[in-house]
Design a binder for this molecule. Structure first.
Ligand code: DQA
Length: 158
């Protein structure tokens, strides 16, 4: 298994367009939990694994790309739920390709079981892996995956 940037224990969670509406937005698909709830759970999971979580949410593709640029050499991993940009943004794809650390793609829903335009993620090929369809649990699972890929002692013991 790849182990990169083991010294960098900070993880940046990026949330893309419309995720700020979680809790209100199509709850039958995305659940009732807010983005804040998911960030809290991921932060807590990270703490147990010896990881520090930062979070940025933006409706804007350019903001997210800028965040990826600033993360280079500074954080060990990115956890990315880019919303619908996952299916369209080659610019975000290219930014992630230039990031040397771990990248985990997360989706609350299972895009493969939804409308055809959601079936393909342009970010999947520049991610170490994708976690989809487990609702908010996906964010916690992503932190476990990051810890394992970064070579966390805590994760190894689980
Ligand atoms: C999503 C899935 C995307 O297809 C959608 O555009 C979203 C949310 C998810 O978390 O399930 O905004 O990324």
């Amino acid at each position: 298994m790849t182990v990169r940037a083991p010294g960098l224990r900070t993880v940046l969670l990026l949330s893309g367009p419309n995720l700020s509406l979680l809790g209100d937005r199509e709850p039958e698909i995305y659940g009732r939990s807010t983005l804040e709830d998911h960030v809290r759970a991921a932060t807590e999971q990270g703490r147990r694994l010896g990881l520090t979580l930062e979070h940025t949410c933006s409706e804007d593709e350019g903001d997210l790309i800028g965040e990826v640029h600033r993360a280079r050499g500074r954080v060990g991993a990115l956890v990315v739920n880019a919303g619908a940009l996952s299916h369209t943004s080659w610019s975000l794809h290219d930014a992630l390709a230039a990031f040397e650390g771990v990248v985990v793609e997360v989706h609350l829903s299972n895009p493969a079981g939804r409308e055809p335009f959601r079936h393909h993620s342009v970010l999947a090929s520049v991610s170490d892996g994708t976690i989809a369809g487990f609702g908010g649990l996906g964010y916690e699972l992503a932190m476990v995956a990051v810890a394992r890929l970064l070579g966390s002692d805590e994760a190894e013991r689980e």
